[in-house]
Ligand binder design. Sequence first.
Ligand SMILES: Nc1nc2c(c(=O)[nH]1)N[C@@H](CN(C=O)c1ccc(C(=O)N[C@@H](CCC(=O)O)C(=O)O)cc1)CN2
Length: 299
Amino acid sequence: MADIIDGKAVAEDVVSRVKSLAAELKAKNGVVPGLAVVIVGEDPASQVYVSSKGKKAKECGFHSVQHTLPAETTERDLLKLIDELNSDDAIHGILVQLPLPKHIDSGRIIQAISPEKDVDGFHFVNVGKLGTGELETAFVPCTPAGSMLLIERVRGKDLSGLNAVVVGRSNIVGKPMANLLLAANCTVTIAHSRTKDLPALCRTADILVAAVGRPEMIKGDWVNPGATVIDVGINRVPAPEKGEGKGKLVGDVAFDEAAKNAGAITPVPGGVGPMTIALLMANTVVSAYLRAGLARPTF
Ligand SMILES: Nc1nc2c(c(=O)[nH]1)N[C@@H](CN(C=O)c1ccc(C(=O)N[C@@H](CCC(=O)O)C(=O)O)cc1)CN2
C-alpha cells in the first residue's frame, strides 16, 4: 500500500514559515505583506476559497483586503480596480479569483495585473520566467508549486533520471507543472485528450500528475508500481451512500485502486488542495521581500 501524502500537514509547515518570515519583515523592515483578493459574482465554491484566502492571510499577519464585486461588474470597472491595486504600496499580491463571469475576458484582466504583484503566477512575464528557468524572480502558479513541494517531500529536490507524466495541459496547472518537473531534471511528457494509449504512457511514469478534471479517470492499473501519484483534480460527484442528494469530493485518480500500486499518493480532499492556499501566502510574502530589496526566501 502507498504512503498517503498529507497535504494538510505540509501546508501547515509552509504557513508556519510564512508567519515567521512576515513577522521578521515587520520587525526588521517595518513592512507588512499585503494581499488583495478580488471576487466577481456569487459562485459558491469561489466564495469559500476567497474567504479561506482572507482568513489565512490574516493568520499569517498580512494586511488582507477583499474586494467583492457584483456579477454585472464591467471589464472596465474591474480593470480600474486592478490599476488602483497596482499602484497601492500597501499591496504586494493581487489575486483575481477564477472563473470570472463570461462577459469578462479573464486573459485581459490577468495581463493587467503588475507582474511583480501577480502572486497567482498567471501573467505572461511570470509564465515566461518559469519557461526559461528564471525561477529567482518568477511567481509560479500556486497549485503546481504546491504539488512540487509535495513531490520533493517524497523524492527530494533533484529528480534526475525520473520519468514524469503530466496528464492535462492547462495553463494554470498542466503546463507550469511540466516546466517545474523539467527544471528539477525530470524527463517530462505532457498527455492530453488526444494522446494515444494513455494507460501505457502513465505506466512509464515514476511521477504521475493528474490534472484533467475528470473524476477517477486514472485507474489503478495505469500506475507504475512505486510511482509517486499527485492528484490535482477536485471533482464533486453524487454520493447516494451518504444519503439522498449528498455529494463527495473525488480526484482525477481512482484512489483506492491506485494506492495499491503507488509508492506514495495524494488524497482528495487533503492533498494538493490545501497547498494551493499555502503557496499563495508564500508567494505574497516572497513578493514583499523582493519589493523590500531583500533576498528571496525559499520554501
Ligand atoms: N485566481 C485563482 N483562481 C482559482 C485558483 C487559483 O489558484 N487562482 N484555483 C482554484 C480554486 N482554489 C483556489 O482558488 C482552491 C481549490 C481547492 C482548495 C482546497 O483546499 N481544496 C480542498 C477541498 C475543499 C472542499 O472541501 O471543497 C482539498 O482538496 O482538500 C483550495 C483552493 C480555482 N480558481
